[in-house]
Design a protein around this ligand. Structure first.
Ligand code: C2E
Ligand code: CA
Ligand code: CA
Length: 564
């Protein structure tokens, strides 16, 4: 290698040629480059193999020239040398022609304290850097698909949100879940599962714009970051395109595999003010998407389980149930055949300190989603039985009807628990009846049917609620062990004026009778409707025209008044 020695000016100069051989060996073999500069920046010594990696210039070409000329296109060199000539020792990584040098510059002083020369040693750390970068890439990417992983996605998202805030742009975050991917692994094996993930990844990448970042969060969870959006609805459009792209069957080693996916969509700044929240909102949307038929959902506050209002309400509801703060109102069901009230329907209400009397429509769904429906139902059964006990003690033959939800029907322990509670109140199965909707049964038909059969065998009367709004599968109605069908109030409400509604009511009454069921019309609000229903042979009426739902004491007075 080229080696040029020149005696530097001044006594402080160092003659490298005089150094021991060991140092020489280090200089020849290590990826080092060493310069000595005079106080005006002229290269007096250039040594080491490191220079060869970056420059076509040899050491001989360099010596005698100004270091500022030699590295004219590396501005960092100027700053570094300037500092050293002013007496400061400095170290920094400098990039020269794509290679990186960890460079230290040291001033050498003469007796008067002036800088006699500057020694600069650069260590080529390019290889180390590349290894580090490769490790970093590995740490930031998913090995199976080569996509970014969660930690890279989160970093990008944080950066993009900051940038979008500056530039008044929008950032979209999509979270994807492949539906029933576990089954693919189970049916076809992991090799097919892995290949499916790779192909799905490729399709997602091909669907989204170049600037988007596609990531795999592990398992069958993917994410797409859409930076710098300006159009308000772009993320959801893209989400639909992804769903469509993944709906095309995959062909993998002779297997044709079909896939469905759910996508949750949230965007900055519309749904969140920072990256963490944005991701959580997309997760919340993904949950909603999983429940929807379309497979795509945009974040909505109401559906968000982390929504502070919802969380507060949930805590308060839990407390209200355990502290026995809920109340039951009772609405009579009037039999047109006997002219008697043969049963009353228990309808729960929540007297809330701030919001007043909250109707069940505002908290039953919340209770269902969070499992609170279970203690609520247990409480409701106990409450209904206390009322049934009061009827029985007063010598009244009136049943209490209780609404059961889908979750209740899926609980295999429910029938026995009910039977036990009924026994504890010293009552029989004729004290209660249960109302349930077709859709509650259909949520899990096998278990739903099983629960119904057992309740029916125990002697409880069963009633199909909201008939006409659910699946309305007539063949199913026939198979349900029900004693009663309740025509939904939406048909009853307008039946006087609406011919179509009237036809449905009439058909349901006929059908119910053919199946030997008693037919109830709910939501009867005026006497015209009442008379129409009586003329059609409807068996039981319920509605404001007969009586509104009443607290227990008011119900007692109402029943007494009717008798007199
Ligand atoms: P549902 O079983 O269909 O109850 C009938 C609803 O219609 C009740 O609303 C009742 O107050 C109302 N209603 C009665 N007559 C009339 C009328 O003439 N006109 C009008 N416009 N409405 C009338 P509510 O009390 O708000 O209950 C709503 C739903 O909450 C019930 O619908 C039932 O599905 C559910 N629910 C109530 N209590 C319970 C419970 O203890 N457990 C469960 N799982 N669900 C319950
Ligand atoms: Ca009901
Ligand atoms: Ca109903």
């Amino acid at each position: 290698m080229a080696r040029v020695l020149q005696k530097p000016p001044g006594d402080g100069g160092q003659d490298l040629a005089a150094r021991p051989d060991r140092l020489r060996a280090v200089l020849d073999n290590a990826p080092l480059v060493l310069f000595a500069l005079d106080p005006s920046g002229i290269v007096t010594v250039c040594e080491g193999s490191g220079l060869a990696g970056v420059s076509s210039q040899t050491a001989a070409d360099v010596v005698g020239r100004s270091v500022y000329d030699v590295f004219a296109n590396v501005p960092d060199v100027r700053a570094l040398v300037h500092g050293a000539l002013a007496g400061h020792e400095r170290e920094m990584v400098i990039e020269v022609d794509g290679r990186y040098f960890d460079t230290r510059v040291t001033p050498v002083f003469d007796e008067t304290g002036g800088v006699a020369e500057v020694i600069a040693v650069g260590t080529d750390i390019t290889d180390r850097r590349r290894t580090e970068e490769a490790l970093l890439h590995q740490a930031m990417h998913d090995a199976l698909t080569g996509l970014a992983n969660r930690s890279l996605f989160e970093r990008w998202l944080a950066d993009e949100v900051v940038r979008a805030a500056d530039e008044r742009m929008m950032v979209g975050a999509l979270l994807l879940d492949l539906v029933d991917f576990r089954h693919v692994n189970n049916c076809y094996g992991h090799a097919v599962g892995d290949e499916l993930l790779r192909q799905a990844a490729a399709r997602i990448k091909a669907t989204v714009p170049e600037a988007a970042l596609v990531a795999r969060f592990g398992g069958d969870d993917f994410a797409v970051l859409l930076p710098g959006l300006s159009q308000k609805d772009a993320p959801v459009v893209l989400a639909r395109l992804i769903v469509e792209a993944l709906q095309e069957p995959f062909s993998i080693t002779g297997n044709v595999v079909s896939l469905m996916c759910s996508v949750g969509v949230a965007s900055f700044p519309r749904h969140a003010a920072d990256a963490d929240t944005l991701l959580r909102r997309a997760e919340s949307a993904l949950e909603t998407a999983g429940r929807s038929a379309v497979g795509v959902a945009v974040y909505s506050r109401e559906e968000d389980e982390f929504n502070p209002r919802r969380l507060t309400l949930l805590g308060q509801l839990r407390r209200a149930i355990t502290e026995g703060e809920l109340v039951q109102h009772y609405q009579p069901k009037l039999s047109l055949r006997t002219g008697r009230v043969e049963s009353v329907e228990a309808l729960v209400r929540w007297p809330h300190p701030e919001h007043g009397l909250i109707p069940p429509g505002d908290f039953i769904a919340l209770a269902e989603q969070t499992g609170l429906i279970r203690p609520l139902t247990v409480w409701a059964i106990g409450e209904a039985l206390r009322q049934a006990r009061r009827f029985s003690d007063a010598g009244e033959e009136i049943r209490v009807a209780l609404n059961l939800s889908a979750r209740d029907l899926q609980d295999p322990h429910l029938p026995l628990a009910i039977e036990k509670q009924v026994g504890e109140h010293g009552l029989g199965s004729s004290s209660l009846e249960f109302e349930l909707t077709e859709s509650a049964v259909m949520a899990d038909p096998v278990r739903g049917m099983d629960t119904l059969k057992r309740l029916s065998e125990m002697g409880f009367a069963l009633s199909i609620d909201d008939f006409g709004t659910g699946y309305s599968s007539l063949s199913y109605l026939q198979r349900l062990p029900a004693d009663e069908v309740k025509i939904d109030q939406s048909f009853v409400k307008d039946m006087v004026h609406d011919e179509y509604d009237r036809a449905i009511v009439r058909a349901t009454i006929d059908l119910g009778h053919k199946l030997h069921m008693s037919v109830v019309a709910e939501g009867v609000e005026d006497s015209a409707t009442r008379e129409l229903l009586a003329g059609m042979g409807c068996d039981v009426l319920q509605g404001y025209q007969v009586c509104r739902p009443l607290p227990a004491p008011d119900l007692t007075s109402w029943l007494e008044q009717r008798r007199n």
